[in-house]
Design a binder for this molecule. Structure first.
Ligand SMILES: NC(=O)c1ccc[n+]([C@@H]2O[C@H](COP(=O)([O-])OP(=O)(O)OC[C@H]3O[C@@H](n4cnc5c(N)ncnc54)[C@H](O)[C@@H]3O)[C@@H](O)[C@H]2O)c1
Length: 336
């Protein structure tokens, strides 16, 4: 892996995000030249240090601004692009569908079109999601079997992301592949509307954790470093032209109910599970979704290295250290 990536110029969109920061850090560690594009600079709460940021050439750019984005790609000529930048929060998408569609769909077609026009780019990896499949009676979701059928705003934006990427792969022969993960968790997720960081912070601070649903909704949970490894493996194979136009589900294939994962988190943090409250007022959310990832295991030769207890242990430790070293801002605490 290190030999392949050494000295390669890699662009990450959304490098200030949760997953983007992890990917950037890993790429810096393996001696890549990292360029980043985001709408924020130096976000608090992700895992990037000042030292890491000094090694990233960061641009402030909204992905929906096609000309500016194209100018950056022309100037930088990256060999590999990881397109992660997106409005990634389900509730925010519900509140502002247009902003979400602009970032997620227009942002994606802008990246695809810039890649088509720039011959220096040899591989483009696009972050889609399990949400791109939408509601399905047949579970787990399987690539090339389960249709892309997102109904709600975030889900539909990811179905579109996926379909437009496939259009560029099949029509223009663009060397692009698509990654679909379930819920990613780990240190440095600053989105307190997400279940894992929210439940951990509640458990560590003795607050009541409120489950939006009836607790029976089922999801995949995958540790962030396992996702980073899947992305790195995919980009390498894509660069070698072995997986052009393919989509991959990334999962540890051990789905959990919301109630179960919350209890696991409270136990990991040695907190009182009677402080878990079920609100049962979730709206526009799918009851059960989880992925089959046999294709990624076979073609990418990838498998997760971290089980849920190990992952939650590392994550809780990180939040414990960061919580008791600094106070969370009001915005980080957010509202579920
Ligand atoms: N975290 C998960 O559970 C999960 C699961 C499946 C798929 N994904 C996808 O993976 C990607 C990364 O997710 P994440 O959890 O790191 O999300 P995140 O919100 O932490 O990171 C996304 C980054 O994109 C940036 N961004 C948003 N809109 C932008 C725009 N218009 N122009 C430029 N930058 C913009 C944000 O500022 C942020 O830094 C997203 O595409 C997301 O949809 C995430």
């Amino acid at each position: 892996m290190k030999k392949f990536y050494k000295n390669k110029k890699v662009l990450i969109t959304g490098h200030e995000g949760f997953l983007g920061a992890w990917l950037a850090k890993k790429l810096i560690d393996i001696d890549c030249k990292v360029v980043g594009i985001d709408i924020v600079r130096s976000r608090k709460g992700n895992i990037l240090s000042t030292n890491d940021r000094n090694k990233i050439k960061g641009y402030l750019c909204d992905l929906s601004k096609g000309q500016k984005l194209n100018d950056i790609i022309k100037r930088e000529n990256p060999e590999i692009i990881f397109h992660l930048g997106a409005q990634a929060i389900v509730g925010e998408a519900l509140a502002d569908p247009i902003k979400t569609l602009k970032s997620n769909v227009e942002g994606t077609w802008n990246i695809l079109e810039s890649t088509r026009q720039n011959k220096a780019v040899k591989a483009l990896i696009i972050a889609s999601s399990d949400k791109a499949y939408g509601d399905s009676k047949e579970l787990p979701y399987i690539e090339n079997v389960t249709p892309l059928n997102g109904t709600y705003p975030y889900d539909a934006s990811k179905s579109c992301t996926d379909i437009v990427a496939n259009m560029y792969a099949k029509t223009y022969g663009l060397n692009v592949c698509i990654m679909r993960c379930g819920n990613i968790y780990g240190p440095g997720d600053y989105h307190m509307s997400r279940i894992v960081p929210d439940a951990i912070v509640c458990a560590l601070t003795g607050k009541v954790f409120k489950i939006r649903s009836d607790g029976k909704f089922v999801r995949d949970y995958i540790y962030v470093e396992d996702v980073v490894m899947a992305y790195l493996k995919a980009a390498k194979l894509l660069h070698l032209k072995k997986i052009q136009g393919e989509a991959f589900n990334i999962s540890n294939e051990k789905p959990l109910s919301v109630k179960k994962i919350t209890e696991l988190i409270f136990k990991t943090c040695k907190a009182d599970i009677s402080k878990i409250e079920i609100l049962n007022n979730a709206k526009c959310e799918i009851r059960a979704q989880y992925l089959n990832s046999k294709k990624a295991r076979k073609m990418l030769k990838w498998k997760p290295s971290c089980n849920i207890s190990q992952g939650l242990g590392k994550t809780a430790e990180w939040y414990r250290a960061s919580l008791f070293n600094r106070k969370l801002s009001k915005k980080e605490k957010g509202k579920r």
